[in-house]
Design a binder for this molecule. Structure first.
Ligand code: NAD
Ligand code: UD1
Length: 338
């Protein structure tokens, strides 16, 4: 049984790849390298000692998908491939609907043709929109505030229709909260192109002197210190969540399940800055800036359903998230200067 990882050379996909390979699970990565680099494969091979097949292709190319699924005897897919920059999705909505929604339709069509009807999909806490209550459980109403979020919602609805029409499908929708951190080796991690949108990669670049200071987007929210509160989850805990979800959907009814992957613990922007400084012995200069459009004050998960149904809970703490993020940044700097 080979598992295909669409977007397998990206940030989260590469960590799930490392975790699956460490259990001896055969995989194939399928990625168009739009936001990643083929050298991730060499580093995955260095970490795991396994050979890691990569097919460079686009999920909107059904023929390429079918060929890869047949060549590698794929029985299940974990679907990470997608575009994820909120601001860009507002400026270029067609690009997001085409890539994310169109790409996922092309993927499920190829899977149906190849008789591989087991799918784990990367969704996001963004589908909860403005929280009506906290913590967010999976029954919280869904809505979207931007095209990126709407693509996630549309895909969730499309997958629900597919599962309802054909119960042979086994589908897990995983709603990630805020993935941060990196593999313990420092060889893989989050390395966005250009100026990072997300907090943790911005902090690591300030720590490394690649950016001058962090802008804290708003200090007047209704939170303990006025800055935004989020549920940061170590990417390796997230990876473990994929392994147990895949196992669970293979065994049990119903055809489609939805789980939050979060810790249940919220930290503010300033909590993150202080923890990063303390754990890594570095300084993060920051200034308070205006609120960012579309941000909510607080967002954190109820991880209770995943604990009950999957026996999964996140175990790595904030210190581990900060230490591994910094180790990755330093390893990257060494690789770039070599
Ligand atoms: P990433 O950009 O690092 O990885 C995505 C990968 O998909 C990249 O390697 C990219 O080259 C590839 N890709 C994009 N479009 C493709 C296409 N049409 N065909 C083939 N490959 C394509 O992002 P990530 O952080 O690893 O996110 C993975 C998934 O998780 C995404 O779907 C994202 O929306 C979702 N997600 C991420 C976060 C987060 O904070 N990182 C939070 C919630 C949900
Ligand atoms: C953002 C996206 C969300 C997406 C998620 C994961 C927006 C509005 N939301 O969520 O759709 O699913 O990333 O990719 O973009 N912050 C700063 N300074 C910075 C960067 C961030 O203060 O330079 C603050 C933010 O205001 C927020 C917190 O840090 O309070 C976390 O921000 P971020 O990492 O971008 O994640 P989200 O806003 O939760």
């Amino acid at each position: 049984m080979t598992i295909m990882l669409t977007g397998g050379t990206g940030y989260i996909g590469s960590h799930v790849a490392a975790t699956l390979l460490s259990t001896g699970q055969p995989i194939v990565c399928f990625d168009n390298l739009a936001n990643s680099d083929a050298s991730v494969i060499d580093r995955l091979e260095a970490i795991t000692g396994a050979s890691v097949p990569l097919v460079v292709g686009d999920i909107r190319d059904g023929q390429a998908l079918r060929q890869a699924m047949t060549d590698h005897a794929v029985t299940a897919v974990i679907h990470f491939a997608g575009l994820k920059a909120v601001g860009e999705s507002v400026a270029e909505p067609m690009k997001y609907y085409n890539n994310n929604v169109g790409g996922t339709l092309s993927l499920v069509e190829a899977m149906a043709d190849c008789g591989a009807k087991t799918l784990v999909f990367s969704s996001s806490a963004t589908v909860y929109g403005q929280p009506q209550y906290l913590p967010l459980d999976e029954d919280h109403p869904t809505s979207a505030t931007n095209p990126y979020g709407r693509t996630k919602l549309m895909i969730e609805e499309m997958l629900a229709d597919i599962a309802a029409a054909d119960p042979a499908w086994r589908i897990a929708i995983l709603r990630y909260f805020n993935p941060v951190g990196a593999h313990d080796s420092g060889l893989i991690g989050e390395n966005p192109n250009g100026i990072p949108n997300n907090l943790m990669p911005f902090i690591t670049r300030v720590a490394a002197g690649r950016l001058a200071e962090l802008s804290v987007f708003g200090a007047d929210y209704d939170t303990p210190d006025g800055t935004g509160v989020r549920d940061y989850i170590h990417v390796l805990d997230l990876a473990d969540g994929h392994v147990v979800a895949l196992d669970a959907i293979g065994q049990a009814e119903p055809a489609l399940s939805t789980w939050n992957l979060g810790t249940g613990q919220g930290y503010s922007v300033l909590d993150m800055v202080k923890a990063f400084e303390r754990v890594n012995g570095v300084s993060i200069p920051y200034r308070i800036a205006p609120r960012r459009d579309g941000d909510v004050a607080s967002c954190y998960a109820s991880p209770e359903r995943a604990a009950r149904e999957l026996g999964w809970t996140a175990s790595r703490d904030l210190d581990a998230m900060c230490a591994s993020s910094w180790r990755f940044e330093q390893t990257l700097a060494m690789r770039n200067s070599a």
